[in-house]
Design a protein around this ligand. Structure first.
Ligand code: GLY
Ligand code: MN
Ligand code: MN
Length: 359
């Protein structure tokens, strides 16, 4: 699907005469790109008569290259002032904007400066982005393959005494050497007791024999993200955590088996969570089972006890149960899957059946 078709679908999904997204200071880069192909800072004022790209002198050349078919206007002053002036001059009456992406302050300024009405909606472009086109799934698959190749190379290099930060740096270099734009998020490499923190920030902890090492990693390639987690043992498997690994693996498999079009995010989560609860670790699995992945590493739909989403074919979601034992460590196994009509295709192929021993 081309950018013009995506814009058509968006106009069909709203009931005002225009849609506005503003990407300033990282407020909405993914949706601006999704609708235009432009990856810089700017705004899109989309109405039936035109898709007007607004940017400033830092990005006009880039906008011309990335979105050559779109009319473009260079803004000289504050974005909200420029957008309001242009929208008023065009005679627009009602503009939908993504309330999930625009600051309250900017929404107030826009409402005050624009002659018409602004209508908050959360978040119409993210809603479209949840279901991926085949070409998007292909890009996510490539980002996943690259991440797996980088992890395979890193595991060969691991030696006792290296720190978490040594490994993060080396993994990012490997990803970039293999063609990644950058990492999809701040890589998480957690040794031993640090793996009990689901979103741990790697530090100077040196790895030692008997540690479990958790890798929650992803690359951004051709603008699309990957996201996977594997756990390995350094030198030898630590005592006591092998059964935790087996439980998380069973939960991961149960979650994957529950993913199919029409399934609720609540039910998919419950299929995995039940395995962990039955094993007596219910209180050690605090987060949801998974999330969508695409241009952003965290998108809809959500797979969790609080989800209001229903899975549809073409969605790409993670299945990432975990057990976290404060002071001891943690295990999470995260795969990325593409939802199909009667199941899912698992895009992550890195081995998980056994606890790998490295170093
Ligand atoms: N990498 C963060 C997450 O798995 O959600
Ligand atoms: Mn992850
Ligand atoms: Mn994830």
């Amino acid at each position: 699907m081309g950018f013009a078709q995506r814009r058509r679908r968006l106009l069909d999904a709203i009931d005002t005469d225009a849609f506005l997204t503003v990407n300033r200071e990282g407020s909405d880069p993914a949706s601006l790109y999704y609708l235009t192909g432009f990856s810089g800072e700017g705004a899109l004022l989309l109405s039936e008569d035109e898709a007007l790209l607004l940017t400033d002198s830092r990005y006009t050349e880039q906008a011309g290259r990335e979105a050559p078919d779109l009319p473009m206007r260079e803004l000289k002053g504050p974005y909200i002032d420029g957008v309001s002036e242009i929208a008023s001059a065009k005679g627009l009456e009602r503009i939908t904007f993504s309330s999930a992406r625009m600051s309250h302050e900017n929404a107030l300024k826009l409402g005050a400066a624009f002659n018409g009405e602004i209508v908050p909606k959360s978040d119409p472009v993210a809603g479209l982005r949840m279901v991926k086109e085949p070409g998007e799934i292909e890009r996510i698959r490539k980002a996943t393959t690259l991440t797996e190749a980088a992890l395979t190379a890193l595991l060969e290099e691991i030696r006792i005494g290296m720190t978490e930060r040594d490994l993060v740096l080396r993994l990012e270099i490997l990803m970039r050497e293999m063609g990644a734009q950058r990492t999809a998020f701040e890589l998480i490499i957690a040794a031993g007791e640090n793996a009990a923190l689901p979103h741990y920030q790697p530090a100077d902890r040196a790895i030692a024999a008997g540690d479990l090492l958790l890798f929650d990693i992803g690359a951004k390639l051709d603008r699309y993200c990957s996201d996977m987690t594997r756990v390995v043992a350094v030198g030898r498997a630590p005592k006591g955590l092998e059964s935790v690994y087996a439980t998380v693996l069973a939960a991961n498999r149960a979650g994957i088996a529950a993913v199919r079009a029409g399934q609720s995010g609540v039910a998919a989560d419950a299929a995995a969570r039940d395995v962990i609860t039955t094993a007596g670790h219910g209180e050690h699995f605090g987060h949801g089972l998974g999330h969508g992945v695409g241009l952003e590493v965290h998108e809809g739909p959500g797979l969790s006890p609080r989800s209001t989403d229903t899975l549809a074919a073409g969605m790409t979601v993670t299945v990432e149960p975990g057990i976290y034992l404060p002071g001891t460590g943690g295990v999470r196994i995260e795969d990325l899957v593409a939802v199909t009509q009667d199941g899912c295709e698992v895009l992550t192929s890195f081995p998980k059946d056994e606890l790998l021993v490295v170093g």
